[in-house]
Design a protein around this ligand. Structure first.
Ligand code: HEC
Length: 107
C-alpha cells in the first residue's frame, strides 16, 4: 500500500471515529432522576385528565406517595406495580427530579 493510499485510510478511520463519538460528546449525561422519571410523563402529562396531576407536588410529598404505593398503604390501579420497581434511593431521585421546580412534569 502506498503512502497516498494509507493517508486515505487514516482519514476514513478518523472520520468514522468522529461520527461514532460525536453524539456521546454532544449530549450531556442525564441525571439518574431524569432517566427514572422519564416514563412518568407518559401518563402524568399536564393535559392528562383522568390521571391525577403530579406537577407541582413538592418532592417530599411525591416521595411519600410513591413509598406508600410501594408498601400498599395506598391502593391504586397501576401505581403499586410501578412503585414496586424502584429502590428507596431511586424513589428519592425521582421525587427530587420531578418535585424540583422547572424540571420534569413540574410547570
Ligand atoms: C401507566 C400510567 C402511569 C405511569 C407510567 C405512572 N403513573 Fe403515577 N399514577 C397513575 C394513575 C392511574 C394514578 C392514580 C392511582 C392509581 O390508580 O394507581 C397515579 C398516581 C400517582 C401519584 C399520586 C398522585 C396523587 O395526587 O395522589 C403519584 C405521586 C404518581 N402517580 C407518581 C408517578 C411517578 C413518579 C411515576 C414514574 C415513576 C408514575 N407515577 C408513573 C398512572 C401512571
Amino acid at each position: 500500500m502506498g503512502e497516498r493510499r494509507l493517508r486515505h485510510v487514516r482519514v476514513a478511520v478518523a472520520a468514522a471515529v468522529a461520527v461514532l463519538t460525536a453524539p456521546a460528546v454532544a449530549a450531556p449525561p442525564a441525571s439518574e432522576g431524569a432517566m427514572l422519571a422519564a416514563p412518568c410523563a407518559a401518563c402524568h402529562a399536564p393535559d392528562a385528565r383522568s390521571i391525577p396531576a403530579i406537577a407541582g407536588l413538592p418532592a417530599e410529598t411525591l416521595g411519600e406517595l410513591l413509598l406508600k404505593y410501594q408498601s400498599g398503604e395506598i391502593e391504586g390501579t397501576v401505581m403499586n406495580r410501578i412503585a414496586a420497581g424502584y429502590t428507596p434511593e431511586q424513589i428519592r431521585a425521582i421525587a427530587d427530579h420531578l418535585g424540583h421546580p422547572g424540571t420534569g412534569t413540574t410547570p
